[in-house]
Design a protein around this ligand. Structure first.
Ligand code: NAD
Length: 498
C-alpha cells in the first residue's frame, strides 16, 4: 500500500514513530494509503531543518525570493491537472472544484511574488533637525502552518507562500486526511529553486500539533480548522509566546430580499450551499428569506434546483458534487439532519441514505433542504459542514440581519437585493468579517485579505493580502542622525522636551 511520508530538507523522510493514519478513497470507502503520524522528535527534525535554512534565506534579497515564487507559480500551472486529480482522489470533491482549489493557491503565490514591493518599509526624512526615521519589516524566523482537510492546496499556499516570501522558513502540518497534495506542493517548491529546509512538511495529529505549539524555536503559527481546535491552538500557542492566527468554523447566511433577482439568488445559492458537498468554510448553508412570498417562492424553486443536482464520484465530469471526506463525517451530517427533524424544522428534501450504484460504500450524502428553521435550534447554531441548506423565514431586513450578526460564527454573509442603499447599510452594520452583495461566496481575492469574526477567527490578523505580510513580519523602526563634527549643542540632553 502507498505511504505518504514527511518531507524534510528537500527529501522524503519515512516516519519513525510507528504510528500511521488511514487515507481513504471517499468514492469507494476503501483505505487507499497510509500517512506517517509524527512524534515530537520528528517535528523537532523538521524545525531543525527550517532553523538551519533560516540565516541564508532571511538574507536572500526579496527579488531573488520572488523569482523562486514566480517559478513555483509556473510549475503549479503546468501541474494543475495532476494536482487536481490527486486532490480529488483523497478529498472527494469533483475535479473541476479541485482545480479551483489549486487556482486559489496559485492566486496567493502570485500575490506573494510582489514581495519586493510588499515588504518595503517606510521613511520620514527630517523628523527632527537632521533626523530621519525609517521602518523595516523583518522575518520572524521559523514559522508553522496547520491546515484543514477541505482546501489542501489553497490553504497551505495562504500560509507558506506568504511567510516564506517574507524571509521566514516553514514547517507545514497539513490535514492527515488528504496529505498528498501538500507534499507535492513542497516538491514543486524545491523544483522551483528553493533551498533545502526552507519548506518542510510533517504529517500528524494532535501530537504533532502540540509539538509545534510548544516548540521553543517556532515563532509564529497560522491555523485553519474547526473552532474548538482553533481556540485551543490560539490559547496554547500564545501561552508559549508565539504569534498565532487561528481561523475556525462558520455558518454563513444569505439574505434574500423581496426585490432580489430570484433567478440569480437560486442559481447562486444552490452552488454555494451544495457545491463541494457543503465542505467549505465559505459555503452558504443558511438562507434567510424576507417576507412570506419571497420565502415561498425561494423554497419552491430551491427544492426543484436541489432535486436536479447530480451527486457522483469525484471523477464524474457531470457531477455537481462528490462524496464527503469520511464515513464519520457522513454519519455526523446525517445525525444533524435527524436533529433538525426532531427540533421541528420542515425537511423538504432528505439526503440521508444516498447510495450510488457501484459505489455503495462511498461517503455520499444527497442534498437536503429544511424550511422553517428557527434561530434557537442546535442544528442552526452548529456548523454542519455538509450538503444541507436551512431556510429561516424573517419579516423584515432588520430581523434577517440580526441573525448572522448574533450567530456565534461570523465568517461570511451575503445579501441578495436590487436596493443599493439597503445593501450598503447592511454591509456596514453586519457583525461578520466578509460580506457579499449579490455574491454568494464572498472570498476576497488574494491581494485583499481573508478572515472572519467571532468564533470564526481567533487572533487579530487575517490571511494573505497586506494583513498576511503584517502577520509574517515584525516591524523595526530606526531613528537616526549623523551629526557633523563636535557633538556640542547637538547632544540630546535630559530633560529631552527641548
Ligand atoms: P479540524 O479542526 O478537525 O482539523 C484542522 C487541523 O487540526 C488538522 O491539521 C488536524 O490534524 C488538527 N487537529 C485535529 N484535531 C486536533 C486536536 N484535537 N488537537 C490539535 N490539532 C488537531 O478541521 P477539519 O475537519 O480538517 O476542517 C474543517 C473545519 O475547518 C471546518 O470547521 C471549517 O469551517 C474550517 N475551515 C475554516 C476556514 C476559515 O478560514 N475560517 C477555512 C477552511 C476550513
Amino acid at each position: 500500500m502507498r505511504s505518504v511520508h514527511h518531507y524534510i530538507s528537500g527529501k522524503s523522510v519515512e516516519g519513525q514513530s510507528g504510528r500511521f493514519g488511514d487515507i481513504y478513497n471517499p468514492n469507494t470507502g476503501d483505505v487507499q494509503a497510509k500517512v506517517d503520524l509524527a512524534s515530537d522528535a520528528e517535528v523537532d527534525k523538521a524545525v531543525e531543518a527550517a532553523k538551519a535554512a533560516l540565516p541564508e534565506w532571511a538574507a536572500t534579497n526579496p527579488q531573488r525570493r520572488a523569482r523562486i515564487l514566480f517559478k513555483f507559480k509556473d510549475l503549479l500551472e503546468q501541474n494543475i491537472d495532476e494536482l487536481a486529480e490527486l486532490l480529488s482522489s483523497e478529498h472527494g470533491k469533483v475535479v473541476a472544484d479541485s482545480k479551483g482549489d489549486v487556482q486559489r493557491g496559485i492566486d496567493v503565490v502570485e500575490f506573494a511574488c510582489g514581495i519586493p514591493h510588499l515588504q518595503k518599509g517606510e521613511y520620514t526624512e527630517g523628523a527632527g533637525p537632521g533626523i530621519d526615521v525609517y521602518s523595516m519589516r523583518q522575518p520572524l524566523g521559523v514559522c508553522a502552518g496547520i491546515t484543514p482537510f477541505n482546501f489542501p492546496a489553497m490553504i497551505p499556499c495562504w500560509m507558506f507562500a506568504v511567510s516564506i516570501a517574507c524571509g521566514n522558513t516553514f514547517v507545514l502540518k497539513p490535514s492527515e486526511k488528504d496529505p498528498s497534495v501538500p507534499v507535492r506542493l513542497a516538491e514543486l517548491f524545491m523544483e522551483a529553486g528553493a533551498p533545502e529546509g526552507v519548506l518542510n512538511v510533517v504529517h500528524g495529529d494532535k501530537t504533532a500539533v502540540d509539538a509545534i505549539l510548544k516548540h521553543p524555536d517556532i515563532k509564529a503559527v497560522s491555523f485553519v480548522g474547526s473552532s474548538d481546535i482553533a481556540q485551543y491552538v490560539y490559547s496554547t500557542g500564545t501561552a508559549h509566546g508565539k504569534r498565532v492566527q487561528a481561523m475556525g468554523g462558520a455558518k454563513n447566511h444569505g439574505i434574500i430580499m423581496p426585490d432580489a433577482n430570484m433567478d440569480q439568488a437560486v442559481k447562486d445559492i444552490v452552488g454555494a450551499a451544495y457545491g463541494s458537498a457543503g465542505e467549505r468554510c465559505m459555503a452558504l448553508p443558511v438562507a434567510v428569506t424576507v417576507g412570506k412570498d419571497t420565502g415561498d417562492e425561494f423554497v419552491e424553486r430551491m427544492l426543484e434546483a436541489a432535486q436536479n443536482l447530480k451527486v457522483g464520484v469525484s471523477t464524474d465530469k457531470d457531477a455537481h458534487y462528490g462524496p464527503v471526506v469520511s464515513a464519520a463525517h457522513k454519519a455526523k451530517i446525517e445525525e444533524y439532519i435527524q436533529l433538525g427533524v426532531d427540533e421541528g424544522a420542515d425537511l423538504k428534501l432528505d439526503g440521508r441514505g444516498h447510495s450510488l450504484q457501484g459505489h455503495e460504500n462511498g461517503f455520499f450524502v444527497g442534498p437536503s433542504l429544511f424550511d422553517n428553521v428557527k434561530a434557537g435550534m442546535k442544528s442552526y447554531t452548529d456548523e454542519i459542514f455538509g450538503p444541507v441548506l436551512q431556510v429561516v423565514r424573517a419579516e423584515t431586513l432588520e430581523e434577517a440581519a440580526a441573525l448572522p450578526s448574533k450567530h456565534q460564527y461570523g465568517n461570511g454573509v451575503a445579501i441578495f437585493t436590487s436596493n443599493g442603499r439597503a445593501a450598503r447599510e447592511f454591509a456596514a452594520q453586519v457583525n461578520v468579517g466578509m460580506v457579499g452583495v449579490n455574491v454568494p461566496i464572498p472570498v476576497p481575492v488574494s491581494y485583499h485579505t481573508f478572515g472572519g469574526w467571532k468564533r470564526s477567527a481567533f487572533g487579530d490578523t487575517n490571511q494573505h493580502g497586506p494583513e498576511g505580510i503584517r502577520f509574517w513580519t515584525k516591524i523595526k523602526t530606526v531613528t537616526q542622525r549623523w551629526p557633523e563634527g563636535d557633538i556640542g549643542d547637538q547632544a540630546f540632553v535630559i530633560p529631552t522636551m527641548q
